[in-house]
Design a protein around this ligand. Structure first.
Ligand SMILES: [Zn+2]
Ligand SMILES: [Zn+2]
Length: 327
């Protein structure tokens, strides 16, 4: 899509919401996010325990391991950390279906809610809480219809509810189970989508180190890893999930606008994520020497996936729905 066409579409969208208001909110929000970031000083977590076994099974993402499974530009991962099973995010369900693609993939993969102990919501965007209708209603959910979540705890970075779950807002780093930690939200101001706190999950694997599981990566990988280094002495072992690198294309196009390139970046609408940004993130990560890197295709383009694959070689794991990543 041409930049001129983008600009026209952005201008049309801007006409619906006063641009001066958006610009002011953006400038203020960006400053506030930096203030919050600087003020968020936490001590080391100390002994939070560790897990012997960790696996991540993508239930929803853009690419799939087989044609029987469905892909979409959202996130839902099943995380098994010893005896604790976590559902990380709820997918996109773009057609507002019941059963949703998430439920259909779960059925095909033999996963049921009976085995899940807790829900972790990385942030309250539509591709992570289960769709646009859910965002409008201020809820999260795995499908458009009712699903019994057995009142299990659901940890989120902002208030959001589900009638059959027990929602808990995470404000500070918090141990959720032995070896399993929410690193607490890191906020980012996005031009159209506004104030966006996002939390990442950190799991300490015995004898290996900390594996980070990330939703969209809005705070930037640099800040997420800085938070990890503030909280843990253990080395970084793995980074799995979304880092928001839609450089040459956007998985999601809304009203003719390449949504991920324009809406999710934390920059002015006319400033884009560049190849240089991706290379900078890769070298930042490379210096930490992680043993497993897996970039979510849901919010990164094919060019960025290739750049990560080339940089990390045999340490790079493809992130595919239905293909379990075993640490
Ligand atoms: Zn996302
Ligand atoms: Zn997002």
């Amino acid at each position: 899509m041409s930049t001129l066409k983008d600009a026209t579409n952005i201008a049309l969208l801007g006409a619906a919401i006063p641009p001066a208001y958006l610009a002011l909110r953006f400038v203020r929000g960006r400053a506030r996010a930096e203030e919050v970031w600087r003020a968020s000083q936490y001590p080391k977590l100390g002994d939070i325990g560790s897990v012997k076994h960790l696996s991540i099974l993508p239930l929803i993402d853009w690419r799939t391991a087989s044609d029987e499974l469905e892909g979409e530009s959202g996130v839902s991962y099943l995380i098994r950390a010893d005896d604790t099973t976590i559902l990380f995010d709820m997918g996109l369900n773009s057609r507002d279906e019941h059963p949703s693609p998430l439920l259909r993939n779960m059925a095909r993969l033999g996963v049921s809610f009976d085995e899940i102990d807790m829900i972790f919501i990385s942030h309250n965007h539509l591709d992570h809480v289960g769709g646009m209708q859910h965002v409008k209603d201020g809820i999260f959910g795995p499908s458009a219809g009712y699903v019994n979540l057995h009142q299990m705890p659901a940890y989120a970075p902002e208030p959001i509810i589900n009638p059959s779950a027990t929602a808990i807002v995470v404000e500070e780093p918090m141990a959720l189970a032995p070896g399993v930690v929410s690193m607490a939200p890191i906020p980012r101001q996005l031009f159209f989508l506004g104030w966006t706190p996002e939390q990442s999950l950190a799991i300490n694997v015995e004898g290996k180190g900390v594996v980070l599981i990330i939703g969209c990566g809005h705070p930037t990988i640099q800040k997420i890893i800085a938070r990890k280094e503030m909280l843990f002495d253990e080395p970084l072992y793995g980074v799995i999930g979304g880092l928001h690198f839609p450089v040459t294309a956007s998985r999601s196009v809304r009203h003719g606008i390449p949504a991920q390139q324009v809406f999710g970046t934390g920059r002015w609408p006319w400033e884009r994520i560049t190849k240089a940004d991706v290379h900078e993130a890769i070298s930042f990560l490379y210096r930490r020497n992680p043993k497993v890197v897996s970039l979510s295709p849901h919010d990164s383009c094919d060019w960025s996936l290739s750049a990560f694959r080339d940089a990390f070689g045999s340490r790079y794991a493809e992130l595919l729905v239905g293909k379990e990543i075993v640490i």
